[in-house]
Ligand binder design. Structure first.
Ligand code: NAP
Length: 249
């Protein structure tokens, strides 16, 4: 039980990697603050599952990370409920692929506001409390897209993830020596985010991965869980790729 007595806030825990991370950290004994935006049904099912399987203490919080007021309320409720947040996992993000010609300023801003500015704002309001405790861990979920461009259709998403890398290094500097800040950069992972990919696209991408397959969400979640634990206390300011050994062209 590596995470016993730790309280962990996971943004976007209702689906995909965030959902699986909630499961893995709860298995290790953590209390889990489950943030969701639209997927209330999945978030409630996750809460029931964690309570049933691990007797986890949970708090379910709806908050759109584009909205600073909702973030402030989420953080205040979390502190009121658990007194502290030991680990913040900035996982929530969106990706909306469109052709270069069809991309608008509004599309671009929505991606940046969610993935990058949202991550900054949640980090700002949570780290305020972590600094009072002189302790904490922040784990940002970046992407291999931050450094490798797969398709111009996701250029706004890629830019947001490149921003997460920069944000990770700057937060690590600013929050030193009390709070560690790291990022996990997953490669292709089997979640809803990739549900529009054709069979041909999947096969083409799998060919570039040394392990010849996409990751299961659990394989990313386990790395995030390790980084959340005291075993990772000396890991700081790092970007950790979990991509099956991808051969970037
Ligand atoms: P996903 O299955 O599409 O799930 C996205 C999650 O983010 C959902 O729980 C969603 O909540 C939440 N979310 C989106 N916008 C939000 C907002 N404004 N406020 C609060 N929550 C919001 O995605 P995923 O594949 O698990 O991705 C998780 C993380 O891994 C993301 O940061 C993504 O960029 C990164 N990543 C994924 C891959 C991949 O291949 N899948 C690869 C590299 C990196 P609701 O449904 O409740 O709205």
């Amino acid at each position: 039980m590596k995470l016993k007595n730790k309280t962990i806030l996971i943004t976007g825990a209702s689906r995909g990697i965030g959902y699986q991370t909630a499961y893995e950290v709860a298995k290790e004994g953590a209390n889990v603050i489950i943030n969701y935006n639209n997927s209330i049904k999945q978030a409630k099912e996750l809460e029931q599952l964690l309570k049933k399987e691990f007797d986890t203490k949970t708090l379910l919080v709806k908050a759109d990370i584009k909205n600073e007021q909702e973030i402030i309320e989420m953080v205040n409720n979390s502190i009121k409920h658990f007194q502290k947040i030991d680990v913040l996992i900035n996982n929530a993000a969106i990706c909306k692929d469109t052709t270069f010609e069809d991309k608008t300023k509004e599309n671009f801003m929505e991606i940046l506001e969610t993935n990058l500015v949202g991550t900054f704002l949640v980090s700002k309001h949570v780290s305020h409390h972590m600094l009072k405790e002189k302790s904490g861990k922040i784990i940002n979920i970046a992407s291999t897209n931050a450094t490798y461009s797969y398709y111009p259709e996701s250029l706004d998403y890629d830019a947001s993830k490149a921003g997460i890398i920069s944000l990770t290094h700057n937060l690590a500097l600013h929050l030193s020596p009390y709070i560690t800040v790291n990022a996990v950069s997953p490669g292709w992972t089997k979640t809803d985010m990739n549900k529009e990919l054709s069979k041909e696209q999947i096969e083409k991408e799998e060919e570039k991965i040394l392990l010849k397959r996409f990751a299961q969400p659990q394989e990313i979640a386990k790395v995030i869980t390790f980084l959340s634990s005291d075993d990772a206390n000396y890991i700081n300011n790092q970007i950790i790729n979990v991509d099956g050994g991808e051969k970037y062209e």
